[in-house]
Ligand binder design. Sequence first.
Ligand code: HEC
Length: 266
Amino acid sequence: MTARNATILRALLACAAAGAAMPLAGCRGDRSDKPPRQFFPDMDDQPRWKPQSETPFYADGRTMRQPVANTVPFGVSTVISDAAWAEPFMTKRADFLKESPEIYEGTDELGEFVTSIPIPVNMQVLRRGQERFNIYCATCHGVNGEGANPPGNEHPEGTGSPVGRRWSIPVPTFHNPMYLPGGERGQDGYIFTVARKGVRTMPSYGHALDPHDAWAVVAYIRALQTSHLGTIQDVPEPERAGLGQPPAPPPAAPPAPTPAPTEGKQ
Ligand code: HEC
């Protein structure tokens, strides 16, 4: 075979190979209106109903069925347990079912904001609330809850927390009587809801504060308000000196005991 013939043969073979590859290439990525080839149909084709559509089959006319009673919503957590080992990362059964609107929504059965914290408050809860408050709320509302640039306290360079004073509108102080218990917006359930869902220009913190943490924050805000309203008289005597306050005047001498009347019977 001459060199020229070999070249022609190679060219012909290349053409044949390209021709053979074309139909193969055509199988992949080709657009077609025809149904795709099904080599193993398995359960590809089955009768089904589309969600939210109508059917004459069921009496209520809906294709979608109500979940059976007591069905537990799924997808919140991978661990549901009341066991001690699961403590750090568990979702307690009660948290899963969210049966109490007071605890999980901050509202009673009529939808009104609850006026007292529906979980037991102790020192541990307050400390947790302090920690969460300092992380998530103090940035704008200040570590003492004093707000930033509140009306009547404006300052050319801004007052209050660093983020809060750059906010487009004044960040309210929690010491406004409006936010105290009994105030217009002072319900515990309202503050809980604002913390979890945000309000007007305030972002929500529900992604960061689960309901228990949000209640802890409410409890801590109450502690801040109480201490703001407190006077030196509320500070225990041994700790007043450290605050640079004069010690309290000694308590008035108790009235001299009146002698018990003597029975005059003789
Ligand atoms: C990024 C800044 C920012 C952070 C962080 C922030 N707030 Fe606010 N908050 C605001 C602003 C701004 C307003 C006023 C919103 C308005 O009136 O538009 C506000 C208002 C409020 C109000 C009053 C709502 C009303 O109706 O008067 C409460 C209560 C409150 N915040 C609680 C919290 C709590 C609790 C946290 C922490 C979980 C928190 N905020 C974190 C900016 C913030």
